[in-house]
Design a protein around this ligand. Structure first.
Ligand code: IMP
Ligand code: MG
Length: 178
């Protein structure tokens, strides 16, 4: 089986400058105080969370949560299952959910509801990518990197069957001839 190199959709430079802009917005919005806890959604958000959190100019702590919705396939089942909850206490804190990509919106909607039950001071959302045409539920993304069409993307944390997560850019896998 031949190795397919994904075609660049969003370059490393585009990602880095957008992440910096988002970090500046977040730093300004939370500058007035309160405790900010960034909650990364495993596994896909790990690189976005690492870059975004290191560009903030305000104090913050990091938590992770894991959900499962698709298995290894690429079709949304709509059903979201919590695989790992946050470990720290988030009551009274400002929560920022950090997601890699919002497709149907089911995952983010579930997470917002679930985390609100822990009685945080606020819940906001950041996502690197959104597939605008694929939305099935209405969910607000407070800090959005990029809108893309309905295609499967990999890189910068995103995978296809666990492959290509560590590419520095976001790419699309195109089948080659022969
Ligand atoms: P949603 O619940 O349909 O919004 O799905 C969100 C989750 O599906 C994301 O957190 C990803 O883990 C996964 N996902 C959706 N589209 C893609 C993609 O194009 N590449 C990689 N993962 C994706
Ligand atoms: Mg995800």
């Amino acid at each position: 089986m031949s190795e397919l190199t994904p075609e660049v959709l969003i370059s490393e430079e585009q990602i880095q400058s957008r992440v910096l802009a988002l970090a500046e917005d977040i730093s300004a919005d939370y500058a007035d105080g309160g405790e900010l806890v960034m909650i990364g959604v495993l596994k896909g958000s790990f690189i976005f969370l690492a870059d975004l959190s290191r560009r903030l100019s305000i104090p913050r702590t990091i938590e992770f949560i894991a959900v499962s919705s698709y298995g290894n396939g690429s079709v949304s089942s709509g059903a979201v299952r919590l695989v790992m909850d946050v470990r720290g206490n988030i009551e009274g804190k400002h929560v920022l959910i950090v997601e890699d990509i919002v497709d149907t919106g089911h995952t983010l909607k579930y997470l917002i509801g679930m985390l609100k039950s822990h009685r945080p001071a606020s819940v906001r959302t950041a996502a690197l990518v959104r597939k605008a045409e694929s939305a099935e539920v209405d969910v607000t993304i407070d800090y959005l990197g990029f809108d893309i069409g309905d295609e499967w993307v990999v890189g910068y944390g995103l995978d296809f069957a666990e492959q290509n997560r560590t590419l520095p850019y976001i790419g699309v896998i195109k089948p080659t001839d022969g």
